[in-house]
Design a protein around this ligand. Structure first.
Ligand SMILES: C[S@@+](CC[C@H](N)C(=O)[O-])C[C@H]1O[C@@H](n2cnc3c(N)ncnc32)[C@H](O)[C@@H]1O
Length: 209
């Protein structure tokens, strides 16, 4: 797999690690302007480590759902031209706003990803990439509701956390239901479990139908 421009494996303390170039955010190792991208703290990072192609390219415009305190959104903002970062919890949003202060590309939005109409006046249309990591019940529904922002040749990079849908059900059954739901709006191109980085998570790369 070819990594996009701006994402590379670099050496940190003698170890080759996934990295982007930018200000450090969460105490990650840095070297020569690059910062290690910790796949154990980032599902998108884990997608790259697992050899997936989430579709992010240098200079892209991205909608990121479930930005939390900006760990992953900051790496995306090191590569992208603009990242609309939606998060609905006030506490992580404070950190996200601080991270946005270090990156012009990052636009924090205190919004509910289940209600895309509430940020439709801010977020551009025809975006290149939609990242979905809300980790609550209805993850596929959220990805479908936000398809409206994605260009027809854009990419969805979504993660389904089985335990967020159902704490007891077999994860495989949860993933099948989520994929069925996604297929209402997307053609699924690639799926992979994110073990050992994240247990019981399915990563999905898809394109709009
Ligand atoms: C697993 S964390 C995201 C981690 C982050 N993507 C990263 O890699 O750094 C999930 C986040 O989604 C947020 N979230 C859950 N439901 C949401 C919703 N409906 N709208 C916006 N954010 C939501 C939670 O508050 C939480 O911060």
């Amino acid at each position: 797999m070819d990594l996009p421009e701006g994402i590379e494996y670099r050496e940190f303390d003698g170890e080759e690690r996934l990295a982007t170039r930018g200000e450090p955010v969460y105490g990650e190792p840095t070297a020569e302007g690059w910062r290690a991208w910790d796949a154990r703290r980032s599902k998108l990072g884990a997608m790259y480590e697992r050899g997936m192609e989430p579709g992010l390219q240098n200079g892209d415009r991205v909608l990121y759902l479930g930005a939390a305190n900006g760990t992953t959104a900051s790496h995306v903002a090191d590569v992208a031209r603009v990242v609309y970062a939606v998060e609905f919890a006030a506490r992580p949003m404070r950190d996200l706003v601080d991270v946005a202060g270090t990156r012009d590309a990052l636009v924090p939005l205190l919004k509910d990803a289940r209600k895309p109409a509430s940020y439709g006046h801010v977020v551009e249309a025809d975006l290149d990439v939609l990242v979905q990591d809300v980790a609550t019940r209805g993850q596929a529904r959220v990805a479908c509701a936000n398809r409206r922002f994605l260009a027809d040749d854009g990419r969805l990079a979504a993660v389904v956390k089985a335990r967020s849908e159902d704490t007891v059900r077999d994860p495989e059954a949860v993933f099948e239901d989520a994929l069925d739901h996604l297929r209402n709006e997307y053609r699924v191109l690639e799926t992979k479990r994110l073990d050992p980085f994240h247990a019981d998570h399915l990563a999905v790369v898809a394109e709009p139908r």
